[in-house]
Design a protein around this ligand. Structure first.
Ligand code: NAD
Ligand code: WQD
Length: 333
């Protein structure tokens, strides 16, 4: 297939491109490089031996996007482009709504003009808010988001569903990611943390290499086995393969379909610290502090639907995720 990847040089998209190229798909990539670097393209090529047709372009620039894409017959668009920092979205809501929502609207207009009827969208478990139950199935009601970033995902899902409803020949697959960590085992691509990391794993790796003195563990009084927050961490390569598998749903003309991409296992903050220490043989000093506003106790997927419908099951363990995160990130410092 000819696959358009927006946000192509980003963390999850770059791993997805590797897996798509391994399955012989042809990639047309778009990114405005606001949170990534074009060097990633060379590193993808080192892994797969293949080029992608890449264009530096903001998806909100509808005219340029149309110019770039009108020479292709695109079979499917995988839409990763977006801003994703939860804290920043609270400080800059207008920028987040503009980038993520206006960007998606612009993309949808161009996809219609070039007659691309298939889209896979990067959504997030954040749309479940405080989940009504765990493990979370796709039937779990969407919740109240605690930040503008989460609302952009919540709203874009609805925009895509309404668009498909008005265009029944379209297929929309919404993938709700849980907590992606890890990196390609080659160490060539991964997540480059920007500033002080919000997320647990990039913070741990910065403590591991001495940039930060210790990790602050946000609360140990949750209703979880050890009191710290429980999440469904998923290796980014498993997540990437989920996109390749999801193409099968598109090929079967699914209309709108929604899938959780998680492992189904919940690990606490202390589990992650202990596993990281054991696998990498590095001590992670930490201090228990107050809960972080907006955090929930426990969030993990029931990934059974993705297994049943397109045969996807996560393969990598938490130890693999800790090893590969460190293997990539220690080279950055
Ligand atoms: P990332 O920041 O590494 O990748 C996003 C890419 O989109 C970046 O390369 C950025 O430069 C590009 N981009 C942003 N706005 C753009 C625009 N207007 N035009 C063109 N390019 C633009 O983030 P990621 O972790 O790879 O996330 C990819 C997608 O998955 C995002 O939509 C994110 O919200 C979603 N997601 C991420 C997580 C996570 O924890 N990483 C969890 C759930 C969902
Ligand atoms: C995980 C656990 C923290 C940092 C966020 C977004 C979500 C999604 C994924 C995009 C929690 C604890 C963390 C630290 C800590 N992104 N923690 N000390 O909050 O589950 O999800 O990223 O869609 O939208 O909200 O991930 O990695 O920030 O936190 O104790 O320095 O680690 O309290 O229990 P989260 P996280």
């Amino acid at each position: 297939m000819n696959i358009l990847v927006t946000g192509a040089t980003g963390f999850i998209a770059s791993h997805t491109i590797v897996e798509l190229q391994n399955e012989n798909h042809t990639i047309i990539g778009i990114d405005n490089l606001c949170n990534s670097s074009a060097d990633t393209l060379d590193n993808i090529k080192k892994i797969t031996g293949k080029d992608i047709d890449f264009y530096e372009c903001d998806i909100r620039d509808t005219d340029k996007l149309k110019d770039v894409l009108s020479k292709y017959k695109i079979d499917c668009c995988i839409h990763f482009a977006g801003l994703k920092a939860v804290g920043e979205s609270v400080a800059k809501p207008v920028e987040y709504y503009d980038n993520n929502i206006a960007g998606t609207l612009s993309l949808l207009k161009v996809l219609k003009e070039i007659d691309c009827k298939n889209i896979i969208f990067s959504s997030s478990a954040t749309i479940y808010g405080t989940p009504a139950f765990v493990p979370i199935t796709e039937e779990c009601p969407k919740g109240i988001c605690t930040n503008p970033y989460g609302w952009t995902k919540h709203m874009i899902e609805q925009i895509l569903i309404d668009t498909q409803n008005a265009n029944k020949d379209m297929n929309v697959v919404i993938l709700r990611y849980f907590n992606p960590i890890g990196a390609h085992p080659s160490g060539l691509i991964g997540e480059k943390p920007n500033g002080i990391p919000n997320n647990l794993m990039p913070y741990i790796t910065q403590v591991a290499c001495g940039i930060r003195e210790k990790l602050f563990v946000y609360g140990n009084d949750y209703d979880t086995p050890d009191g710290t927050g429980v999440r469904d961490y998923i290796h980014v390569v498993d997540l990437a393969r989920g996109h390749v598998k999801a193409l099968a749903a598109i090929e079967k003309n699914c209309g709108v379909d929604i899938f959780n991409l998680g492992t189904g296992h919940g690990y606490s903050v202390l589990d992650v610290i202990n596993t990281f220490e054991k696998v990498n043989n590095i001590k992670i000093p930490y201090e228990i502090v107050a809960r972080r506003p907006g955090d929930i106790a426990s969030c993990y997927a029931d990934p059974e639907k993705a297994k049943r419908v397109f045969g996807w099951v996560a393969q990598y363990s938490l130890s693999d995720m800790c090893r590969d995160s460190w293997n990539y990130q220690h080279r950055l410092f």
